[in-house]
Design a protein around this ligand. Structure first.
Ligand code: C2E
Ligand code: MG
Ligand code: MG
Ligand code: MG
Length: 284
């Protein structure tokens, strides 16, 4: 009997493995098709300067808009894109569209820095710097208006080789930001050695005036670190004005989160660019 039920379980396991693999394969094919039919588009989320209350940057956050309707968030297809190498095509598409969009805003009188997420796979391509240089040239976007976001784990995966790559990218005139800062690598020495400009504090650290003192202390420590290393700071995941109150910094401080806007299609950003958000920052 034991043997029989064993076989039964095994068969069940095998079936579910097969259907998982089939679903994955289907997703890969759909994604390949979606890239061809313009279903993959960047949305943009504002980054507001704490001092001026103005939008000075946006982060491009990719979305899959299937023809049949709905929105698929990146967490559901970026991992597959990474595994299959489709991330290179996807990444280039977001980089191109982002740069052309920022140039369009610039031409209409709004200087908006475009932040682009760079995946591990993309960063490791030997011609990645060349790709970025090419897109900057084609779009005519001033390099100072492009920011590349890398996570700590990508930066630290092969530290020595990466320094060279980062220096190469910096020489184009773009800025480099560490995304999800605080969630990855524990050694901070890379901040001194690497040509990094900005720390993006991960939203899991975002607490408010009512939080435990320990939580507030972590945010304060990151701000102090950034100040002494002369790095800019972007606080992610700001949903309430009470979260802004703990963010005191003498360096450039940008705020990003649902409080100001969710990530939205480009056409919704335009009207926000002439708005001032200082009324939300009374607590700063
Ligand atoms: P990320 O780069 O850390 O992006 C920030 C995420 O936080 C975004 O999720 C954004 O929508 C979300 N967020 C922003 N403000 C708030 C807030 O106030 N509250 C909460 N709860 N969430 C907020 P999203 O758009 O789902 O993107 C998830 C991740 O997917 C990104 O994390 C990034 O790692 C990846 N991703 C997105 N677009 C691209 C892309 O074009 N290329 C690559 N390689 N990765 C991308
Ligand atoms: Mg990011
Ligand atoms: Mg992040
Ligand atoms: Mg993230």
């Amino acid at each position: 009997f034991a043997k029989q039920s064993g076989r039964c379980c095994y068969k069940f396991y095998q079936d579910s493995m097969n259907s998982k693999a089939a679903a994955r394969l289907q997703l890969e094919q759909d994604l390949r098709q979606a890239l061809k039919s313009n279903e993959i588009v960047p949305f943009y989320q504002p980054q507001v300067c704490a001092r001026s209350g103005r939008i000075v940057g946006v982060e491009a956050l990719v979305r899959w808009l299937p023809l049949k309707g709905g929105i698929i968030p990146p967490d559901e297809f970026i991992p597959i894109a990474e595994e299959t190498g489709l991330i290179n095509e996807l990444g280039r598409l977001v980089l191109e569209q982002g740069c052309y969009q920022a140039k369009q805003w610039l031409d209409s009188g709004h200087s908006v820095r475009m932040a682009i997420n760079v995946s591990a796979h993309q960063f490791r391509q030997h011609d990645f710097t060349q790709t970025v240089a090419q897109v900057l040239e084609q779009s005519q976007l001033p390099p100072s208006l492009l920011e590349l976001e890398l996570t700590e784990s990508v930066i630290m995966s092969d530290a020595e080789e990466n320094i060279a790559r980062l220096v190469e990218l910096k020489s184009l005139g773009v800025s480099l930001a560490v995304d999800d800062f605080g969630t990855g690598y524990s050694s901070l020495s890379y901040l001194k050695r690497f040509p990094i400009d900005i720390l993006k504090i991960d939203r899991s650290f975002m607490c408010d005036v009512n939080s435990a003192l320990d939580d507030v202390a972590i945010v304060e420590a990151i701000l102090a670190l950034a100040e002494s290393l002369k790095l800019g700071v972007i606080a992610e995941g700001i949903e309430y004005t009470s979260q802004i109150a703990i963010l005191k910094s003498s360096n450039e401080l940008l705020l990003q989160g649902y409080l100001f806007s969710r990530p939205v299609a480009a056409e919704y950003i335009g009207p926000l660019l002439s708005q001032n958000f200082t009324h939300l920052m009374a607590e700063l």
